[in-house]
Design a protein around this ligand. Structure first.
Ligand code: IMP
Ligand code: MG
Length: 183
């Protein structure tokens, strides 16, 4: 995988430091509240696993699966929930965790869906925020890094379901996107 990387956008150390900072904020904001986390699969998995281990009090956890990009690096025209969470969230403090807020379509759809179940509070937390392509009014309360237009992979984010296990966030060489027949 290393040979496919054009540049590292966020290093392992930057991620580690930011997660420590974020966990302190979450500990402060949720210390007297039971927090129910709904993580959006698959992109949030690595972020989720590292973040929740920095939280010292009990949390409730479930996942939701939303189909977004399919096999390409372009935003999909429509986003849908393909597997719903099962946990009871009525009157609960819910925190949605996702890898990136890009057009905002996934997060908007997930948040709108969750609202129907009447949570006591509802916030969202993303590892990456790309405001340049935003199409929906989405403002995640917790956000680790703002990034530019480049399509990125690693730390959970994929390109054609690869590169999720890179421990940092990186941009791939052009030929990697071309090799897969896209771009
Ligand atoms: P949105 O619905 O356009 O906000 O896109 C959200 C989803 O698209 C994310 O949860 C990611 O799975 C995917 N996505 C958006 N940008 C990138 C990227 O740069 N790399 C990898 N996946 C991305
Ligand atoms: Mg996703």
């Amino acid at each position: 995988m290393e040979k496919d990387i054009a540049k590292i956008v966020v290093s392992e150390e930057q991620i580690r430091n930011k997660l420590t900072e974020l966990s302190k904020t979450l500990i402060h904001d949720y210390k007297d509240k039971e927090c129910t986390i709904i993580a959006v699969l698959n992109g949030s998995l690595v972020f989720l696993a590292d973040l929740i281990r920095l939280i010292p009090f009990p949390i409730r956890l479930d996942t939701i699966d939303a189909a977004t990009y399919g096999e390409s690096s372009f935003p999909a025209a429509d986003t849908k929930i393909i597997r719903q969470f099962k946990i009871d969230i009525e009157n609960k403090h819910v925190l949605v965790i996702d890898d990136i807020a890009d057009t905002g379509s996934t997060l908007k759809m997930v948040l709108d869906d969750i609202k129907k179940y009447k949570p006591k509070s509802l916030k969202s937390c993303v590892l990456l925020n790309r405001i340049s392509r935003r199409r929906h009014q989405i403002h995640p309360e917790y956000c680790c890094f703002n990034i530019g237009d480049d399509f990125v992979v690693g730390y959970g984010l994929d390109y054609n379901n690869k590169y999720r296990n890179l421990p940092f966030i990186a941009v791939l060489k052009d030929e990697c996107y071309r090799r897969e027949g896209i771009m």
